[in-house]
Design a protein around this ligand. Structure first.
Ligand code: SAM
Length: 284
């Protein structure tokens, strides 16, 4: 049985928590964390500290990347016994580059209700201030730690038309910005959202070529937590039709890229740079 009628028995509550500012904690987050029969937490010490600051003392159990698979049955058993179960991560919204996916998928399979208690996420907070188009975006989580794998993924991201969002650690920020500059290009717009909602919050925006030297020279900007938001690849103008694209590709098979671009530009009146950039993106 649940402790409080406000919560439904047998429901898994996915509870967001602040990403750096305790004042972002909502009454519903606090009430749910307090009232669930058991609260699964990525790090019980970390969440225990948060709970003490909130003046609550829930029954905590750990659930992290290394024990999640083994916890699935336990969580399902509790939910089937009509307990209300909560899940939190260290900060932000669980499952967003955080544990919980296996548990939620298992609940769906077992026809057990899962309900969000929405709140902060570094991804959405960064998007809301990036000044880049947000009608469509792709989230890539953490970029690979190794340069080769990171550059491969960045090559893919370079061609994505919508805005791309990813996390980067302070240890690799400069290395990553260097790779973005080389693989995606120095002219691409980027927003570096640092320490969101915290004392030293910094929102940097400009082209990669502008921000890279600024971050390199400012050691403070290399500390803390980061979200990077990258503008999408330039959209091909509508007059640059699929027909012209295939013509350009066909000519580029027989001639050097610049020559192919000149021929197509001369016959269509299209901008040479637009054609060239598009051709280079295809070749990547
Ligand atoms: N689930 C979390 C969320 O919804 O925000 C994200 C968890 S992920 C393991 C942690 C990463 O999110 C950090 O390494 C950092 O890249 C980003 N992040 C978390 N809090 C942040 C903050 N206050 N400012 C900037 N980035 C943050």
């Amino acid at each position: 049985m649940t402790k409080n009628a406000a919560l439904k028995p047998g429901v898994l509550y996915i509870i967001a928590t602040p990403i750096g500012n305790l004042a972002d904690l909502s009454g519903r987050m606090r009430d749910t964390m307090q009232q669930v029969d058991v609260l699964y937490a990525e790090d019980t010490r970390h969440t225990g500290k948060l709970c003490r600051e909130m003046g609550i003392n829930p029954h905590l159990r750990s659930l992290h990347d290394h024990n999640e698979a083994g916890r699935v049955q336990e969580v399902l058993d509790r939910l089937r016994s009509d307990e209300a179960v909560g899940l939190v991560s260290d900060a932000g919204t669980p499952l967003i580059s955080d544990p919980g996916y296996r548990i939620v998928a298992a609940c769906h399979k077992a026809s057990i209700a899962v309900s969000p208690v929405p709140g902060p996420s570094a991804v959405i907070a960064a998007l809301s201030v990036c000044g880049l188009p947000t009608d469509r975006f792709s989230f890539f989580g953490f970029l690979p730690a190794r340069s080769l794998a990171r550059r491969e993924l960045l090559t893919e991201i370079a061609g994505v038309a919508s805005t791309s969002v990813f996390f980067e650690s302070k240890h690799r920020l400069l290395e990553c910005l260097n790779d973005i500059c080389e693989v995606v290009g120095e002219d691409r717009r980027i927003c570096i959202a640092r320490e969101l909602s915290k004392t030293f919050e910094t929102i940097l925006h400009g082209t990669v070529g502008e921000l890279l030297p600024q971050v390199r020279e400012n050691h403070h900007w290399q500390k803390g937590e980061f979200v990077l938001v990258l503008d999408g690849a330039q959209q091909v103008k509508s007059e640059f039709s699929a027909q012209i694209q295939s013509l350009l590709l066909a000519i580029a098979k027989e001639a050097a890229p610049k020559k192919a671009v000149s021929i197509v530009a001369a016959h269509t009146g299209l901008d040479k740079k637009l054609l060239y950039d598009w051709l280079v993106a295809q070749k990547r």
